[in-house]
Write a protein that binds this ligand. Structure first.
Ligand SMILES: CCCCC/C=C\C/C=C\C/C=C\C/C=C\C/C=C\C=C\C(=O)SCCNC(=O)CCNC(=O)[C@H](O)C(C)(C)COP(=O)(O)OP(=O)(O)OC[C@H]1O[C@@H](n2cnc3c(N)ncnc32)[C@H](O)[C@@H]1OP(=O)(O)O
Ligand SMILES: Cc1cc2nc3c(=O)[nH]c(=O)nc-3n(C[C@H](O)[C@H](O)[C@H](O)COP(=O)(O)OP(=O)(O)OC[C@H]3O[C@@H](n4cnc5c(N)ncnc54)[C@H](O)[C@@H]3O)c2cc1C
Length: 615
């Protein structure tokens, strides 16, 4: 859409006091990455077949999927070309950028998300060298997914009921779904797209259960795409979001696969049925760990999208004067509006930085694991659980705050804020539900508190537990260091309270698991345990308000620095040119309800009632 840039946005951009490009380069981890990202954006976004004539929202459930799958295979082809270097973009090791522009292409979810994001990465991480050589061929016919959750079990994965029983006479595993609750339910791309899957099942050899293992199973014929004998597969129906992801169900009726289809990098079943144990029994859960780490950065990106839309809109939208004799003000001038939005910008940066740090930690710990050193895995798991839980919860709350900050127009699908919310709130549940993950972190903290309480040696990372016990915490200081000290005091205090409740429950004769359950609200909820005083809080509050005023002139510059293209934002409210009302009117004109001046329902249903006595 052509036309002039909104005057208020022009003025906002003139006011900006910092170099926007410099911040963009920081966000991209370097100018080179910015250049590459833009090359990839240009290449992919210029593919005409990826763009819709009719907005996605007006399509039926079936049409949405068919439209998305058409685009998914165009994108897959491009990703393969990038991978093999056939598209001359020198280095594309900035995967989040390739993936993030897909938000614009699909306005929803790529049905191949799990194929690319989890299927391949799990094979790469958990299959033996020989298996990888066979399965990771660039021209493979396999379209796969990651099949773990069942109708009856999602969080408690030890309760998974699908079995894989070794038959040494034929050198095969028999995959079986013993009852309705054991049906696989949820995997993305399973409904219609996938012809293969990685399935999590209980391994049985000679009547002994060895727990959960991952198996590669073909489920559809590669040529006809018909389900193989013994496979019952389908799609689970419409959801709050993720409606192009064809999440599916799957049941096995004694479906046989070769023994060599168990992922055997860390654990093996030999021809004679000998079971060779892994070095750590949670290595099978590695894909969940990796995805939790990846999600932190993805959620930071979703926050930057929501912030861009809401801040630009707030600079364009004028409503109410502040003094009655003045003109109406940009809603961005209201301090309460700044509070709603600037926190979203800040949170995006926080989770981006933490996400990168976690990504690098994951790389380091994985390299150690390859060398046989598992020592850092528990801490990484505890951190990933906590950060995935809070980043998803914060992101969905802040995206919703941005939507509300756009008033009624934020409720329009054309603002794209409802879709971003539906996407982020799903992340609170998938890949480990919020409370369940926080309890994993609590379990880790309580272990170290027990050491502290028993005056046993603590690792350096937990020295502050001892400081708390010895009351070595300094008085509160209003400085970054003081705030960090404050957080340490909160963690220590909260862990102590939960631990004390746990001990009290145990003394009262409860068994550990029951005592744990009774303490679980304390284990997940933070309390104020720092040495902060009322005066400190007042000082912090006024400093916060000063900071809002300092950020105000740079608000639009800050979101421009996220450098998200209009085709990706997909928002009438957030486009770079700020022509909000023109875009809203243009989008409304696409509604099928505007195709006829008089809708035929008038003649069928309305007129017979309203004109009844007048005909
Ligand atoms: C098209 C392009 C796409 C590309 C994509 C790339 C980028 C885009 C960005 C990101 C998106 C990427 C993908 C995701 C996108 C969309 C999501 C859609 C799909 C979602 C998929 C799923 O949801 S898959 C299913 C996930 N399921 C879960 O997460 C289940 C949650 N439950 C658990 O993880 C566990 O059951 C548990 C952790 C709650 C407890 O496990 P349990 O077996 O009960 O444990 P125990 O009690 O026996 O033992 C606990 C001990 O084990 C340790 N531990 C547990 N888990 C781990 C682990 N993962 N690693 C290491 N250690 C672990 C735990 O600490 C205990 O140790 P101690 O005994 O020593 O205390
Ligand atoms: C959009 C989407 C995509 C998904 N994609 C996939 C996929 O590709 N592959 C796949 O395998 N799965 C997938 N899933 C499934 C997902 O991983 C599970 O839904 C998730 O792990 C939560 O499990 P659940 O649904 O069984 O919830 P439940 O565990 O039943 O949780 C329900 C409630 O019980 C509480 N609860 C459960 N256990 C405890 C406990 N021990 N202590 C305290 N409270 C507890 C929870 O906090 C929650 O409040 C997807 C889900 C969604 C929504």
């Amino acid at each position: 859409m052509g036309g002039r840039v909104n005057e208020d946005l022009i003025k906002e951009r003139r006011k900006c006091t910092f170099d926007i490009k410099e911040l963009t380069h920081i966000i991209d981890c370097g100018e080179e990455n910015t250049i590459k990202r833009k090359q990839i954006d240009n290449y992919i976004l210029n593919i005409k077949e990826l763009w819709d004539d009719v907005p996605e929202e007006y399509l039926s459930h079936k049409e949405r999927y068919e439209n998305a799958i058409k685009k998914a295979f165009i994108v897959l082809k491009v990703l393969r070309q990038l991978h093999t270097g056939n598209i001359q973009i020198t280095d594309h090791r900035t995967p989040t950028n390739v993936y993030s522009i897909q938000d614009g292409i699909f306005r929803n979810v790529n049905p191949l998300l799990i194929h690319i994001g989890l299927f391949w990465s799990t094979i790469a991480a958990q299959a033996s060298t020989e298996q990888q050589a066979e399965w990771l061929q660039p021209d493979s016919s396999m379209i796969g997914t990651y099949v773990q959750t069942e109708l009856g079990h999602g969080s408690f994965i030890r309760g998974i009921e699908t079995t894989a029983t070794y038959d040494s006479t034929t050198d095969e595993f028999i995959l079986h779904t013993p009852r309705l609750s054991a049906y696989k339910w949820w995997p993305g791309g399973l409904g219609n797209t996938a012809n293969a899957c990685l399935v999590m099942a209980q391994l049985y050899i000679n009547g002994t259960c060895h727990g959960l293992h991952i198996f590669l199973a073909q489920i559809r014929d590669f040529d006809t795409h018909k389900p193989l004998p013994g496979i019952k597969v389908g799609e689970i129906g419409p959801k709050m979001g993720f409606n192009t992801a064809d999440n599916g169900f799957l049941g096995f009726d004694n479906h046989r696969i070769p023994r060599t289809n168990m992922l055997m990098k860390n654990v093996q079943v030999l021809r004679d049925g000998t079971y060779v144990k892994p070095k750590h029994d949670k290595l099978t859960y590695g894909s969940m760990l990796l995805t939790r780490v990846t999600l932190i950065s993805d959620l930071a990106y979703q926050l930057s999208k929501a912030a861009t839309i809401a801040v630009r809109y707030s600079a364009v939208r004028r409503q109410s004067p502040i003094k009655s004799n003045e003109p109406e003000r940009q809603i961005l001038d209201f301090v309460s509006q700044q509070h709603k939005l600037f926190i979203t910008i800040a949170s995006s940066h926080v989770y981006r930085v933490v996400g990168l740090w976690m990504w690098n930690s994951h790389k380091r710990v994985t390299a150690d694991i390859h060398e046989g050193n598992m020592g850092q895995l528990p801490e990484l798991h505890a951190l990933a659980c906590c950060l995935k839980a809070i980043s998803s919860r914060d992101a969905s709350a802040l995206v919703e705050q941005c939507r509300l900050a756009c008033g009624g127009h934020g409720y329009m699908m054309a603002s794209n804020l409802p879709q971003i919310y539906a996407y982020t709130t799903a992340a609170v549940t998938y890949e480990g539900e919020y409370t369940v993950l926080l309890l994993q972190t609590a379990r880790y903290l309580v272990k170290f508190w027990r050491l502290a309480a028993e005056h046993k040696p603590l690792p350096q990372n937990f020295a502050y537990f001892e400081d708390y016990i010895k009351k070595n915490f300094e008085q509160w200081r209003n400085s970054p260091e003081g705030i960090i000290e404050g957080f340490k005091a909160i963690v220590a205090g909260k862990t102590k309270a939960a631990y004390d409740t746990l001990q009290c429950n145990l003394r009262n004769g409860r068994e550990f698991e029951e005592a744990w359950n009774m303490a679980s609200v304390q284990l997940t909820n933070a309390s104020e345990y720092s040495t902060i005083s009322r005066n400190d809080i007042e000082a912090l509050q006024s400093r916060y308000e000063e900071l809002l005023a300092l950020i105000r002139p740079n608000a639009v510059g800050l979101v421009d620095a996220f450098d998200i293209r209009d085709e990706v934002l997909c928002s009438t409210l957030g486009a770079y040119d700020g022509r909000v009302y023109e875009r809203m009117m243009e989008e409304a004109s696409k509604s099928p309800l505007n195709e006829d001046v008089v809708n035929e329902s008038f003649h069928k249903y309305i007129r017979p009632v309203t004109m009844k006595n007048k005909l």
